[in-house]
Design a protein around this ligand. Structure first.
Ligand code: ZN
Length: 81
């Protein structure tokens, strides 16, 4: 199983591959229907891009679970009133 992940990660993204921007838009649901179709179609055939999306999705999850550290930051995060 881990070997397969390594294989995917080592695949080169080729000229037919999608730009990183397109993958990010897809991940954040900011792309048009046509773009989404194009990305999904490409991901089914391209392990390199699928691995890239996986990596981006992992980074996104880390960000959303990020909380400010307890140490003083020099500023406060306050809700807008
Ligand atoms: Zn690709």
């Amino acid at each position: 199983m881990s070997m397969r992940i390594v294989d995917l990660a080592n695949q080169q993204r080729g000229p037919a591959c999608l730009a990183g921007d397109a993958l990010v838009s897809y991940l954040y649901d900011e792309c048009t229907f046509e773009e989404r179709q194009r990305v999904e179609g490409h991901l089914t055939t391209c392990g390199a891009c699928a691995a890239e999306v996986d990596a981006l999705a992992g980074a996104r999850m880390q960000l959303s679970s990020w909380t400010p550290p307890d140490a003083p930051l020099g500023f406060r995060i306050a809700a807008a009133t």
